[in-house]
Design a binder for this molecule. Structure first.
Ligand code: SF4
Length: 800
């Protein structure tokens, strides 16, 4: 049984009674403790976690409210806000006890410093309409009535003129969770016209969410993080949860695994903060060459007799010539490719060395370790898939666990997208329509040439082709309209042309590089000015209720409120709200939670506590059922097997770039691209502890904590006369950015690292002077899924 220091109810009441005339909260507070109350013990005998005392029992002058951080990093954390005279004066984190098997959901600096965002002097304060050219920055104050009337009129006009699919709700995650603008916009449009243009995938994970199901049939392929303590070897491929955070406690469990004896290897072009903290070995790799590494590891595993033949025969399709789908010509199996039987090139470590930049001896050693140490978890982050060929990295990473029998077992890891199938269940805001989808990354193409886009040429889903170009964009709490989309200068040019996207409405808390290109800019409330419910990426064994801590400041309005007005003006007001408040909708989405979890305490108790955490006696393992009982629990692929060979990809007929088996395919703007003669450095734009995407770029505390700098290896710096701290210019044919250099051996030669998310800030010459990575990135989509190849940028570097 885990140690804990939770008070039981009887002890608490006794103690409270002894403190006659003084509230328990005051007594505890006077001793410097955070006040707690308690829940009765759970049915399994495990003590429940204490409730933070809210307004009713806190000292009169101060409220202490358990809420959460809704930034769209990979975690979601509990915050404890101190509010005095209507002002948030201090933020702490999770007051629950820090149990070894149920650690706190402790917030990072971004969550703890969110007050700097809420009270930032640059907050948008009232609705505005554009009065100059798009992007010129000239706006005029208007009333909310004028704003909502204009939006309603534009929805009517564009729908009548071009049809409902001309209206696009753009990706935006400045506000995550349930109560967010894009969810309300989908509902509004579906109720008005029955449809709108939607998207699939995200900027973060488009390649892996598309590719993983080709192998496993589903997207959730990870064990719970807590299962890592059962691993003897953990290989992190481009995974940096110390900064990106995949479920709040990803680093906690990695540390626990190391304490339990796991060897941890980090494969990454950068010696990341995660690697510094917990890795036994760092293996630098050239960006976009992960599949070549994994091909060579497979070669070692197969040729040195470490492949789990019984596992392969029982559970997989396409490993060797004897286990191929009917009708596929001989010579197309994975083993055939790895051994080079058809193409004459065995995928040896010596073959992979010049591609990856990793010595053949290191690759051989890695293959031997992964092939012989069991169980082993080969866990990929989202960086390796954010490439032109990222889907191959995903598929290669899914096959190696099958090769070694590490699927469906404790301490193993099935590869691919990861994420646990054990997440807490939560409903969604209902909407109609939205079945026709583009890849989230391709919206600029849909603006320019939507009518040319088809299912075959551009992977349109839900229709053979698009009937119209995009003419109206909802951009709600999103900076992907300009800043977070690739090739900023090209995007700006497209948006400046008002004959293309005819109307753009943004809601945000600041005037961002994206809102500058909008026709209407609406002030939105921050995370602390709206109620919400949030869950983390992929590892959602908990959900958090975000209390509304403050009344919306200035003239800010929650998107639900102003869209209710728009709905009214479109004649669907009552259907839009169904008479519900935003909080009623939050209650509504938890009906699924109540159905899925017998231990659900009810909405009011959840709200009071601020979080609902699931607890598992043993960690949940992806595909455990399929491995234990293959006859009755097939994989949900067409064949019922782990599809190393995909007939669907074979039939797609683009085998050079989208092969039916995972294999190394050189990326455009990778090390094999001839463009490297002109632009000799690969730039990766990594996620950074200072920001959550572009959120916090203007947070003074975070700027102080970690300034924007370009990582440069000393060899590349020396060759260009660059010293640490020098201002440098990074450029290619798409654009240029100015930024100070951080000269460090923590990045491999030939590769530059620029943290993504810095706001595009042009100087007098029009050159970005803030290290904004997307002036350098391309709008060309990845080979298999048309997703964001953010790390494939060939560039040159000079001292500025
Ligand atoms: S930014 Fe992410 S890790 Fe940090 S407090 Fe917020 S949710 Fe937690």
């Amino acid at each position: 049984m885990s140690p804990h220091w939770t008070l039981d109810r009887r002890t608490f009441l006794k103690w409270s009674g002894a403190l006659a005339g003084v509230t328990a909260a005051e007594a505890l507070a006077s001793e410097g403790h955070i006040p707690f109350s308690v829940l009765p013990a759970a049915a399994d005998g495990r003590a429940s976690l204490p409730l933070p005392l809210l307004a009713a029992t806190a000292p009169a002058a101060e409220r202490v409210v358990a809420t959460g951080c809704g930034n769209n990093c990979g975690g979601r954390c509990v915050l404890l806000a101190h509010i005095k005279d209507g002002v948030i004066t201090r933020i702490e984190s999770d007051p629950d006890p820090d149990l070894p098997d149920q650690p706190q959901l402790r917030a990072c600096l971004r969550g703890r410093s969110y007050r700097q965002i809420v009270y930032h002097p640059d907050r948008l304060k009232y609705p505005m309409k554009r009065v100059g050219a798009r992007g010129e920055g000239k706006f005029e104050r208007i009333s909310w009535d004028e704003a909502t009337t204009t939006i309603a009129e534009q929805v009517k006009r564009v729908t009548a003129q071009y049809g409902p699919l001309a209206i696009y709700v753009n990706y935006g995650s400045g506000i995550s969770g349930i109560n967010r603008g894009d969810a309300w916009a989908r509902r509004l449009l579906g109720l008005y016209s029955g449809d709108f243009l939607s998207y699939y995938g995200t900027y973060s994970s488009g390649q892996t969410s598309y590719a993983t199901p080709f192998t496993y049939g589903v997207g959730s392929t990870g064990n719970m993080w807590s299962d890592l303590v059962n691993s003897k070897l953990i290989i992190l491929l481009g995974h940096n949860p110390g900064e990106t955070v995949f479920g709040t406690n990803s680093m906690y469990w990695l540390r626990k695994a190391r304490e339990a004896g796991a060897r941890i290897i980090s494969i990454d072009p950068r010696y990341t903060d995660t690697a510094v903290a917990i890795a036994d070995e760092w293996i630098p790799i050239r960006p976009s060459t992960d599949s070549a590494l994994m091909d060579a590891m497979a070669f070692v595993i197969i040729t040195e007799g470490m492949a789990d033949q019984q596992f392969l025969e029982t559970y997989t399709l396409g490993f060797d010539e004897a286990h191929m789908p009917e009708g596929i010509p001989a010579g197309n199996s994975y083993k055939n490719y790895i051994l080079g039987e058809a193409d004459g090139q065995p995928k040896t470590p010596e073959w992979a060395e010049p591609i990856t930049g990793i010595p053949a001896s290191t690759i051989r050693q890695l293959g031997r370790e992964y092939g012989s140490i069991k169980p082993a978890a080969f866990v990929a982050g989202y960086g390796p898939q954010r490439h032109a060929n990222g889907e191959q990295s995903v598929r290669s990473n899914s096959v190696l666990p099958a090769l070694t029998g590490n699927v469906g077992v404790h301490g193993g890891w099935a590869g691919g997208a990861g994420g646990t199938p054990a997440g807490a269940k939560l409903g969604a805001i209902p909407f109609e329509g939205g079945k026709v989808k583009i890849s989230c990354f391709m919206w600029t193409d849909a603006v320019i040439r939507g009518k040319e886009m088809t299912a075959k040429t551009d992977l349109i889903q839900g229709a053979d082709k698009l009937p119209t170009n995009v003419k109206f964009i909802f951009n709600l709490a999103g900076n992907t309209l300009v800043n977070q989309h690739s090739d900023i200068l090209r995007t700006q040019k497209i948006l400046k042309d008002e004959s293309m996207a005819e109307f753009i409405v943004s809601s945000d808390i600041f005037q961002t590089p994206s809102t500058l290109y909008s026709d209407l800019v609406l002030p939105g409330p921050s995370i602390f000015e709206r109620p919400n419910i949030v869950t983390p990426w992929g590892y959602g064994e908990y959900i958090i209720y975000l209390h509304q801590l403050l009344e919306p400041m200035y003239e800010t309005r929650n998107e639900y409120d102003w869209m209710s007005d728009v709905a009214q003006k479109l004649g669907v007001g009552e259907r839009f709200t169904e008479g519900k408040t935003a909080d009623d909708w939050l209650r509504f989405v938890t009906e699924a939670t109540a159905k899925g979890h017998p231990e659900w305490p009810g909405f009011e108790a959840f709200k009071e506590k601020g979080s609902f955490k699931l607890w598992f006696k043993t960690p949940v393992v992806a595909f455990e059922k399929q491995i234990k009982d293959p006859a009755n629990a097939p994989f949900t692929t067409p064949s019922g097997k782990i599809e190393i060979f995909s007939e669907r990809l074979w039939k797609r007929g683009q085998l050079d770039t989208v092969p039916a088996i995972p294999k190394y395919v050189p990326a455009f703007e990778g090390p094999a691209d001839p463009l490297i003669a002109k632009f000799p450095l690969q730039l990766v734009s990594f996620h950074f502890k200072r920001r959550v995407h572009s959120t916090h770029d203007n947070n003074p505390w975070m700027i102080e904590m970690a300034p924007q700098v370009l990582w440069v290896n000393p060899m590349d710096a020396q060759a260009r006369g660059i010293e640490d701290g020098d201002q440098v210019k990074v450029f290619n044919d798409r654009g240029a950015t100015l930024v100070p250099a951080k000269v460090t051996p923590r990045i491999m030669p030939g590769v530059l690292g620029l943290p993504q998310g810095a706001w595009f800030t042009p100087n007098a010459q029009g050159i970005d002077a803030n290290g904004s990575a997307n002036v350098l990135s391309t709008q060309r989509g990845s080979y298999m899924s048309n997703s964001n190849p953010q790390h494939d940028n060939l560039v040159q570097l000079v001292k500025a």
